[in-house]
Design a protein around this ligand. Structure first.
Ligand code: HDE
Length: 682
């Protein structure tokens, strides 16, 4: 049985293998298979003459190049993906007949694409933005796509407003500024005039919008879906991904610098983690509400601007996804993958969530233009691992050769096949929800409370998180040129928290609202705060600042740090080998020029007996910046002296000591802590 499960997990990889082309070591040919004898000089009339049209290799090479680009995604253009597998912990039989969720231990191959929303394909990855978290499960019953985000709610309640939202958030059309940012007038004008966005902007201004890595963020299906079991009973369901490494973020100043120092920071982190064998893991959770409880809550469970607080509707953990293989080719896989929330399997169905309903139209529609026609399901990355048969034919770049005379239904010439399958045979039956209403363009009153959950979110934040949110609003509104836009937004914020509204107003030079208009919400939801998330030293990148004449115990400490799962990286003045005491040797992997502090989770200074004044200057800058970003700092040997000279204003998360004693333990604990938000900075 175990082998069979592993075989399932490998089914997509095996299928992809039939499409992989290994060009290394081969002779060059044209696309017609003709061997090419010259690839540097075009065919000319004389050595100094004009190029001839008959040079078919030149023509083909240039034509292909001229057509290499396809339109980028209208949103989520900047993304990165990996392959993996999903394993069930607990059977979901009671709630759904979806085959891939029936058996503990059952494995399904997956492909996951993470993305930012706003920026174009080459934009910096540390933009303040929502992150996409889209998963394709290649199940035996067809592809199931869970197309989620790293925030559990959305800006709008009805899909008809999506083009407006995106027009407002994208670079402004008259000057195409700013790239990959919400910090501009049209976005905030949209927010103030579409107040259903209140809850989502609290998330977008929180630390969730600047994740430390794709591996350290949650994922949410956002929309409410349905589970259907074998007896036809239905349940409302929301999906969650929980990262095994916890939910962690960077600081805004750091994010902005990272966009310059390494705009590929998130993709590189994902790629390198998988390459090293530190496979990112996410547990799948579901929140389930029975049909009979649909109206039990003080919000509408179909409203995509609302969460179902985890304390009221617990998240049941049902399986784990492990990302264990990088793509071979980013264009073929990451760029050409086509997700669609409408790709479901028997046992999973839709609800009347009006955002979801509109999404069901948009994804195929956009893929038709992006991927150039109706046959994108034939692209290797999009193909299901199970067979597919129907009467759809032709279209641009059709690859399947459908054999036979019949491509219609009903028919007698092919025995009326391909034939519709009964439910017992796995045929998908839409849930027969009873609908009784008038055609109407309106919104239910149950969707009209826009602020209670924004207050719930605010109530749930720790003090540092609140401070970050105020800073984020102050930055974003501060970038708006129109005072009136700033004013409208702070007035709107008085519906969430007066202190938040007033402090922001003062920071951005507009009139502070005088009174609170916030609904009374005494509750908080501790699950929303990142304060108590999982904290581990695993895969944390520690910059080890080291110079000539370092203490001989340094290599021992580095080994010990590796042993607890951290990743020490030596940083110094020059790359190459340096000498320590008693013949010790270390290779400096990065210099102060290539290894900036923002690229690391922690700074650990050990120095050396023979370091120069320049080393001191560079290390001092490095440590101060890491300190200002609340990062754990370690110091041993000569590093302790340098630290003393810096005279840092707080020792929270600053650990000093040598190889002996409890230093290693304490420092590891500090590294796991991620940040010391309560530290008084410079
Ligand atoms: Fe999307 N969204 N979306 N979205 N979305 C797209 O489809 C859309 C929404 C999400 O890595 C597009 O193939 C509408 C919520 C992700 O390839 C497009 C509405 C959530 C990705 C589209 C929403 C998402 C997309 C653009 C409002 C979280 C990237 C390219 C009703 C649950 C998938 C494409 C990838 C991409 C439409 C709102 C997640 C235009 C109309 C809510 C992760 O079809």
């Amino acid at each position: 049985m175990k082998d069979e499960r592993n075989a399932n997990a490998e089914s997509k990889n095996k299928q992809l293998d039939t499409y992989r082309s290994h060009d290394k070591g081969q002779k060059m040919t044209t696309n017609q298979g003709l061997k090419v004898s010259e690839d540097e000089f075009s065919l000319k009339a004389g050595e100094r003459g004009p190029t001839l049209m008959e040079d078919f290799h030149f023509r083909e090479k240039m034509t292909h190049f001229d057509h290499e680009r396809i339109p980028e995604r209208v949103v989520h253009a900047r993304g990165y993906a990996a392959h993996g597998e999903f394993e069930v912990y607990e059977s979901m039989k009671k709630y759904t007949k979806a085959k891939f969720l029936q058996e503990p231990g059952e494995k399904t191959p997956v492909f996951v694409r993470f993305s930012t929303v706003v920026g174009s394909r080459g934009s910096g990855e540390l933009a303040r933005d929502v992150r996409g978290f889209a998963t394709k499960f290649y199940t035996e019953e067809g592809n199931y796509d869970l197309v989620g985000n790293n925030m559990p709610v959305f800006f709008i309640q009805d899909a008809i407003k999506f083009p407006d939202l995106i027009h407002a958030v994208k670079p402004e059309p008259h000057n195409e500024i700013p790239q990959a940012a919400t910090a501009h007038d049209t976005f905030w004008d949209f927010v103030a005039n579409n107040q259903e966005s209140a809850h989502m902007i609290m998330w977008a201004m929180s630390d969730r919008a600047i994740p430390r890595s794709f591996r350290m963020m949650e994922g949410f299906g956002v929309n409410t879906f349905r589970f259907i079991n074998e007896n036809g009973e239905a349940f409302f369901v929301k999906f969650h991904w929980k990262p095994v490494l916890g939910v962690h973020s960077v600081v805004w100043d750091e994010a902005q610098k990272l966009n310059g120092k390494n705009p590929d920071f998130h993709r590189q982190d994902l790629y390198e983690s998988i390459d090293r064998g530190d496979y990112p893991e996410f547990e799948l959770g579901v929140q389930i509400i029975g049909e009979e409880d649909e109206f039990m809550f003080d919000f509408d469970i179909l409203d995509p601007t609302k969460i179902w607080p985890e304390e009221d509707v617990p998240v049941k953990i049902i399986g784990k996804m492990t990302l264990n293989r990088n793509v071979d080719n980013v264009f073929a896989e990451t760029e050409q993958v086509a997700f669609h929330p409408g790709n479901v399997v028997p046992g999973i169905d839709f609800t009347n969530d009006p955002l979801l309903q509109g999404r069901l139209f948009s994804y195929t529609d956009t893929q038709l233009i992006r991927l150039g026609g109706p046959n994108f399901h034939e692209l290797p990355i999009n193909r299901p691992v199970c067979p597919f048969h129907n009467n759809q034919r032709d279209g641009y770049a059709r690859q399947t050769i459908n054999v036979g005379q019949v491509s219609y239904h009903n028919n007698s010439l092919a025995g009326n096949t391909p034939a519709a399958a009964s439910e017992d045979e796995g045929g998908y039956k839409h849930y027969q929800e009873k609908i009784d209403g008038r055609k109407i363009q309106a919104r239910s009153d149950s969707f009209k409370d826009h602020f209670s959950q924004a207050v719930l979110f605010w109530n749930s934040m720790s003090e540092p998180e609140k401070e970050h949110i105020i800073n984020a609003f102050s930055f974003e509104l501060g970038m708006c040129k129109e005072k009136n836009v700033r004013q409208q937004v702070v007035d709107m914020l008085s519906n969430v928290d007066l202190d938040l509204a007033q402090t922001t107003a003062k920071n951005v030079g507009v009139r502070p609202p005088a009174e609170s208009l916030a609904p009374k919400v005494n509750k908080s939801s501790p699950a929303l705060s990142q304060e108590k998330t999982v904290k581990k030293p695993d895969t944390r990148k520690i910059a080890v600042l080291v110079g000539e004449g370092f203490n001989e115990n340094v290599p021992v400490i580095l080994k010990a740090l590796k042993k607890v799962g951290a990743q020490p990286v030596t940083v110094g003045e020059k790359q190459g080998f340096i000498k320590g005491q008693n013949g010790a040797e270390l290779e400096v992997e990065q210099t102060f020029a290539t290894g900036d502090s923002v690229l690391f989770d922690s700074a650990y200074i050990v120095g050396g007996e023979k370091t120069s004044h320049q080393f001191f200057e560079s290390a001092a800058y490095f440590i101060k910046e890491a300190f200002a970003h609340y990062k754990p700092i370690g110091a041993s040997y000569q590093g302790k002296q340098l630290l003393e000279e810096l005279n840092l204003p707080s020792n929270a998360g600053v650990i000093t000591g040598d190889a002996s004693g409890g230093f290693l333990e304490e420092f590891t604990k500090a590294v796991a802590e991620h940040r010391f938000w309560n530290r008084k900075t410079l």
